[in-house]
Design a protein around this ligand. Structure first.
Ligand code: ATP
Ligand code: MG
Length: 359
């Protein structure tokens, strides 16, 4: 028994090592809210919030924490610590911090084979400008990549959601992330139409903060707003007119002291009405701009939702009611873009046209 156990273990560790020795190539989904790393032959090995915390002493910044640990510090830091989200609206807002974060994550998944520099594919929003694309490529190269390829996020999302994107039929994917919502129509492996709006999970959190301030004189931080959204958030008025409620704490704006109140799903639906409406309108606009035969395919096949925002309660229903289209939520919607970028790396030959190594 012991011998067998030993053998099995020895075997495992060899298997463990082989892929990272022979390939350390990676795919990275550098998201506004979360960064995911896929290693060739191994799948998704890391998924952490895109946050870096620095310790500041005598004007010098030193990285204190990255990812999950740093996210816990957001909104709770003393003067000597600064927690930063380097990505905003899908692109790099703070170059140095983004580079520090990518470096940290690459090192974390790449412990053993330090001798080989990896090739890395990163996805970028369809709407990213050439300057923004160059910034992403540059930060990946400075973080230690041998070669950096870019792939459009909607293509990655659709591959990750398992859509038959290389078929000669119209497929619509709607990726709702932290910073942006990207609506795209794909056919024959490429983008026919794509539009990115700067509305996503962050905008929903802001809408909740504003609602509580205006309607209930309560000031809450981003993490409380996000918690309200992910626990009872809904895109549609509950059928009973109220839904469930939760207790939340914040600061009373009238007298400045902490206060606890109850918020219902109906109130959250009211708070989220505007961002939800903007997402529905982006889908309608895309449908109107799609050539008729492809639009007919989409009416037949429906729309696929990916990204963390796809998990907002009843968003699929709200979209169906407003657009008349069938709507599905992808399995593993938070991981779709990373999985799709990873598949592009694994099947690079077949998907060569979608990966851009030099612009
Ligand atoms: N159950 C849920 N309900 C509503 N929103 C959710 C839920 N779970 C996660 N989210 C939101 O999803 C967002 C993160 O999604 P995702 O990881 O796809 O974004 P990202 O890829 O980092 O951003 P982007 O693609 O815009 O750069 C966050 O705003 C988070 O609050
Ligand atoms: Mg994303």
């Amino acid at each position: 028994m012991t011998v067998f156990g030993h053998r099995a273990q020895a075997h495992m560790s060899i298997f463990d090592r082989i892929p990272s020795l022979f390939s350390s190539d990676m795919a990275i989904d550098l998201g506004t809210a979360n960064t995911l790393v896929y290693v060739k032959g191994r799948g998704i090995v890391l998924s952490e919030p895109s946050v870096v915390a620095y310790h500041i002493k005598d004007g010098v910044r030193k990285v204190l924490a990255v990812g999950e640990d740093a996210k816990l510090m957001l909104g709770r830091t003393p003067g000597s610590i600064e927690a930063i989200r380097p990505m905003r609206e899908g692109v790099i807002a703070d170059f140095d911090t983004a580079e520090a974060m990518i470096k940290h994550f690459i090192r974390k998944v790449h412990k053993r084979s330090t001798f080989s520099k990896p090739k890395i594919i990163v996805c970028v929003p369809h709407g990213a400008t050439p300057v923004e694309k160059r910034a992403i490529r540059q930060s990946v190269l400075s973080a230690g990549a041998r070669r950096a390829g870019l792939i459009a996020e909607p293509i990655a999302a659709a591959i990750g959601a398992g859509m038959p994107i290389t078929d000669p039929t119209g497929n619509m994917v709607v990726d709702i992330g932290g910073g942006t919502t990207e609506v795209a129509v794909l056919s024959l492996g490429d983008i026919v139409y794509a539009r990115s709006i700067r509305v996503g999970g962050d905008r929903m959190d802001e809408a909740i903060i504003n609602y509580l301030r205006r309607q209930m004189n309560l000031l809450v931080g981003e993490s409380t707003a996000e918690r309200i959204k992910t626990s009872i958030g809904t895109a549609r008025m509950p059928d009973d007119g109220r839904g469930t409620s939760i207790k939340i704490r914040g600061r009373d704006l009238l007298n400045g002291v902490p206060k606890e109140i109850e918020i219902s799903q109906a109130q959250v639906a009211e708070a989220l009405a505007e961002p939800v409406q903007q997402i529905c309108e982006a889908v309608m606009t895309a449908l109107e701009a799609t050539p008729p035969d492809l639009a007919a395919d989409i009416v037949d096949r429906g729309v696929m939702l990916t990204g963390g925002g796809a998990l907002l309660g009843d968003l699929d229903l709200a979209l169906r009611e407003q657009t008349g289209l069938a709507v599905s939520i992808a399995n593993d919607s938070l991981n779709c873009v990373a999985l799709g970028t990873g598949k592009a790396l694994e099947f690079e030959k077949q998907l060569r046209h979608a990966i851009d190594y030099d612009s």
